[in-house]
Design a protein around this ligand. Structure first.
Ligand SMILES: *Cc1c(COP(=O)(O)O)cnc(C)c1O
Length: 394
């Protein structure tokens, strides 16, 4: 049987068996509503509290600064809309201003453009050819009415790490002048791959998602610094201090707690074994395949992602070809696949059309082995040359 190789861990990950084991009792006999007074409720309440501690510990936050959501998308929506709507109601005369970048995940970018169609101003900062946002450019973009800066910690297509602690310091400095300004960072890709410390970053809001760290889909969290007010987006209950109403999905909450704890234990492995595996894969591809070009920063980036363009090859065609050989990769973000346009992230790096269309993201996870990379390195050169031959003949 064909052994399948999964190199699309930035799209989603396989659940860790320990995560499944931890959540199982809450799918079976421990089914109480965490808001109920009786013992069934007490039991699940303490499980929710424990998970809140686990997530908080992984971020160096306090447990009461963690709001559970349905995932990264909801965390970003709650952070940005929740903050802006809160500012709006306070001062309807003055439109708030948001600073973000051109390479944010759609769950940030599209929330910003939706608000822009209402009473909000938005600045989308361009990035360097390596995918870096300039902190000076952020500082220059700050206006008297800037309410929010939302810059991702790590990009989901190229893995580039932004200088978020420097942006955090900038925000603190502006705030010390008595201005009302907040900082949100989408850390969905960064969390579990590199250390994330909300104090070191100096952010007010930070989004994470469980299914990117070996837990199920449908659960995420938003860190909300103590004292930061958000206009609730889900109303109709007093759960989670009314910021996010709705009966807590206990089993899923347990899963993100366990996954966060495991991710912290495995950070070293990510930084060593996975990084080395990624580097070997990348070096071999760049060395052995003509017209292969790395996209994004080489230094300031996640240890598990490599995004490479192949000249004269359609990324989509290569993806399908690799899939027929049992290897799963991606042409960019899973959420924008199906669109025939080349990735807006690769575009934002200033890549020409050919390179933008030929981009492939290889993303590793802790369940990948040396043999996975060996298999890719065996199949990929043939796949690329076959496709190039076809396009010459056509
Ligand atoms: C996956 C992802 C999201 C969305 O998270 P979901 O849990 O799938 O909603 C947001 N931002 C980034 C950077 C991501 O990679």
């Amino acid at each position: 049987m064909l052994r399948r190789v999964y190199l699309d861990n930035s799209a989603t990950t396989q659940c860790d068996p320990l995560v499944i084991e931890a959540m199982m009792p809450y799918l079976t006999d421990k089914f109480g509503n965490a808001s109920s007074i009786h013992q069934f409720g007490q039991e699940t309440r303490s499980a929710v509290d424990r998970a809140r501690h686990q997530v908080a510990a992984a971020l160096n936050a306090r447990p009461n600064e963690i709001i559970f959501t349905s995932g990264g998308t909801e965390s970003n929506n709650l952070a940005i809309r929740g903050l802006i709507e809160n500012v709006l109601t306070k001062d309807p005369e003055r439109p708030p201003h948001i600073i973000t970048s051109t390479i944010e995940h759609p769950a940030v970018k599209e929330v910003c453009s939706d608000l822009e169609a209402k009473e909000t101003q938005v600045t989308y900062l361009p990035v360097s050819e390596n995918g870096l946002v300039s902190v000076e450019a952020v500082a220059d973009a700050v206006r008297e009415n800037t309410a929010l800066i939302s810059i991702m910690a790590a990009n989901n297509e190229i893995g580039t790490l932004q200088a978020v602690p420097e942006i955090g310091r900038l925000v603190k400095q502006i705030r010390s002048q008595g201005r009302k300004i907040w900082f949100h960072t989408d850390a969905v890709q960064a969390f579990g791959k590199v250390p994330i410390d909300v104090e070191e970053i100096g952010c007010d809001l930070l989004s994470i998602s469980a299914h990117k760290i070996h837990a199920p889909k449908g659960i995420g969290a938003l860190y909300v610094r103590r004292g930061v007010r958000l206009h609730p987006q889900n109303i109709g209950g007093r759960q989670q201090r009314g910021v996010r109403a709705g009966t807590e999905p206990v089993a899923l909450i347990v899963s993100i707690g366990k996954a966060a704890e495991l991710a912290m234990e495995k950070l070293h492995e990510m930084d060593q074994r996975i990084r080395q595996l990624r580097d070997r894969m990348e070096d071999q591809i760049l060395e052995n395949i003509n017209g292969a070009v790395l996209n994004g920063e080489r230094t300031y980036r996640l240890p598990n992602i490599s995004n490479i363009s192949f000249r004269g090859v359609e990324g989509e065609a290569l993806l399908i070809n690799l899939d027929m050989n049992g290897i799963a990769v991606s042409t960019g973000a899973a959420c924008s696949s199906g669109s025939l346009e080349p990735s807006p992230v690769i575009r934002a790096l200033g890549r020409d059309d050919e390179l933008a269309r030929g981009a492939i993201r290889f993303s590793l996870g802790r369940f990948n082995e040396e043999t996975d990379v060996d298999k890719l390195l065996e199949i990929l050169p043939k796949a690329v040359s076959n496709l190039r031959e076809l396009s010459v003949r056509a």
